[in-house]
Design a protein around this ligand. Structure first.
Ligand code: C2E
Ligand code: MG
Ligand code: MG
Ligand code: MG
Length: 278
């Protein structure tokens, strides 16, 4: 095949593209049956008040108990799903499952679900969300949707209108992986969000990098001036947590504070403290 192309024949796919394409087709087929076989499930990672240690929220993260590849983290299949329409089905499944489990557990803590920009493309997401909330009876105030900055790189107002409609329902919108996009401040100016999550790639360099320390401190100030909340992601060490506590970052998430797992408990039940709502 490679020889053919050297001779000048027209090739639509390089071998890599071909492999990716076949991989995607297989993933779509596999994911389709995975839902029916209950191989897809949701785990929850706590988000903690840095000052008190109380759990104030959680993030829902999707997992796939794959029949041959074992337990897959979101990072191992969500990007491929996002390259195809299967992300709509996956996203809806995660959202519905999370809302059902929240209602069943009786939690009064808000839970955040990741929303792929792709899910906003069909223009049907807002009605899907409405439907899920009314089917499950979950209070919209208990739900947050995490979007990455790439959501703003799409076709502009169409996406922003949907995000505004979501907020108008009382569901929070949070900017995920903050600081990794091309123009983070422009997004903050152009759209109202309820919170921002500082990407783990920044947290990783705490407390030793003075540059990163300055950036995170500034993001914290920015958030507090804008009256939105801020979460540091990827907190793995006591040193990082200590630094965040001393530098005005209210909330944190990371392996130090809790790994994602299947339990979704009420923070009050779990910590025995009164939790502050955000
Ligand atoms: P994210 O939303 O930024 O989620 C945080 C990721 O960091 C999760 O990986 C989590 O397990 C991991 N993590 C948490 N604490 C630590 C830590 O202290 N150290 C390190 N090294 N990692 C930590 P996961 O579950 O593999 O998810 C990866 C990404 O996949 C997520 O990044 C999110 O963008 C996406 N994702 C996850 N679940 C869903 C979903 O249901 N729908 C969509 N559309 N995307 C999802
Ligand atoms: Mg997230
Ligand atoms: Mg993130
Ligand atoms: Mg991320």
């Amino acid at each position: 095949q490679a020889k053919q192309s050297e001779k000048g024949s027209v090739r639509l796919f390089t071998p890599t593209m071909e492999a990716e394409y076949l991989g995607r087709l297989r993933l779509e087929a596999e994911l389709g049956v995975a839902f029916q076989r209950n191989e897809i499930f949701v785990v929850y990672q706590p988000i903690v008040d840095v000052a008190t240690g109380a759990i104030v929220s959680a993030e829902a993260l999707v997992r796939w108990q794959h029949p041959t590849r074992g337990l897959l983290s979101a990072g191992a299949f969500v990007p491929s799903a996002e390259a195809s329409d299967i992300i709509d089905e996956l996203g809806e499944y995660v959202l519905r499952t999370t809302c059902l489990q929240m209602v069943a557990s009786g939690t009064r803590l808000p839970v955040a679900v990741n929303l792929s920009p792709r899910q906003l493309r069909s223009g049907r997401f807002v009605s899907i969300l409405q439907r899920i909330l009314s089917d499950t009876g979950l209070a919209p105030e208990l739900l947050a949707l995490e979007v990455t900055e790439s959501v703003f790189m799409g076709t502009g107002t169409h996406l922003l209108d949907q995000l505004a409609a979501i907020r108008a329902m009382g569901v929070r919108v949070v900017l995920d992986d903050f600081g990794t996009g091309y123009s983070s401040l422009t997004y903050l100016r152009g759209f109202d969000v309820d919170g921002i999550k500082i990407d783990a790639s920044f947290t990783r360099d705490l407390p030793h990098s003075r540059k990163v320390a300055a950036i995170i401190r500034t993001i914290g100030r920015l958030a507090s001036d804008m009256n939105i909340y801020v979460v540091a992601e990827g907190v793995e060490t006591e040193e990082q947590l200590h630094w965040l506590r001393g530098n005005g970052i209210a909330f944190a998430q990371g392996f130090l504070l809790g790994r994602p797992d299947g339990r979704l408990l009420d923070g009050e039940a779990r910590t025995g403290t009164t939790t502050r709502r955000w």
